[in-house]
Write a protein that binds this ligand. Sequence first.
Ligand SMILES: *Cc1c(COP(=O)(O)O)cnc(C)c1O
Length: 368
Amino acid sequence: MILCSNPKAQFETFRVEIQKAIEDVLESGYYVLGPRTKAFETEFAQYIGTRHAVGVGSGTEALHLALVALGVGPGDQVITTSHTAVATVAAIELAGATPVLVDIDPQTYTLDPTAIESVVTSKTKAIIPVHLYGQAADMDAILKIARSNGLKVVEDCAQCTGAVTKGLRLGSLADAGCFSFYPTKNLGALGDGGMVVCSDDTLAERLRELREYGWKDRYVSRVAGWNSRLDEMQSAILSVKLKNLDSDNQKRRLIAQFYEVALGKLEYQTPYTRKDSDHVYHLYVIRTERRDECQAFLRENGVGALIHYPVPIHQQPAYSQRLVGPKTLPNTEKAAKEILSLPIYPELQQCEIQKVVDLLTRFASTHP
Ligand SMILES: *Cc1c(COP(=O)(O)O)cnc(C)c1O
């Protein structure tokens, strides 16, 4: 089966360096928040272009911590999209706030800025744009609305690590940027991990306190915090992979180009890419009205195409009965029925890409 993403292939690429990094950690005697995490935080902040990077337990926790550190809590509302990983919305509720889900722009699958103003109330405290599939949300418009309404902006960068818009890395554009190092992400650990980046010194200090029991000095909690830390093993592995992230993302772009040339002329709607931003193709998502049939055909023939995401959050059993905000989101609901994620990862072989293209060409011709 040709997989949609393949963290094992990535491990094999960096096997020797990763095994050495792990061995070094085992020998060092530091396992959580030690010198390797500190070093990786410095490298990551430099890479993104922020003053600070704070290593945490996961992408969900990065969002949760960022919201709490920015003063978002019970009684507050946070605007984001319904077409995202459940994690984005879960993090808002973990902070004690109420998610308000709005529709997406159907071309980019990211938060539609024109949908924001009608749901802003006196309770609205923040917006979380999700740079979905590896491409920027419309940050100029979102930041403008946020500024004129006094709202915080937290970028959900779980799917866009390394992407640049107008010369700036995503994650450095707003109050805080939140990353996930889940194994399948563009910069993936071999376990869970996450990072919050920001350039405000006070905010960074709050984040460092909150991620470890609210400690200002060891064993003295200045505020009430909890435990969400990045460990030494993951930090050492991530340092190895960060050096190759730009070239890995370039490999994803070349695969996307190949797909575009072959599929763009068939019945499939291929990804739109903004002119002022690059796309790091965490996922390569096409659209077709015959999506279910197409996915079944690919799977029968050894291609593991997936759907990200089949059920919008506002229609999920855990959320549908109790959400505030618009009850129907037409662009989101239509997309959920038509999207299909094709295999894309840096180690994907040319013959495998060709096989995906051949199958999709066959599907398009035999089912006119
Ligand atoms: C993966 C992901 C998250 C959550 O990250 P975890 O590390 O799995 O907690 C949040 N938002 C988006 C858009 C994601 O893709």
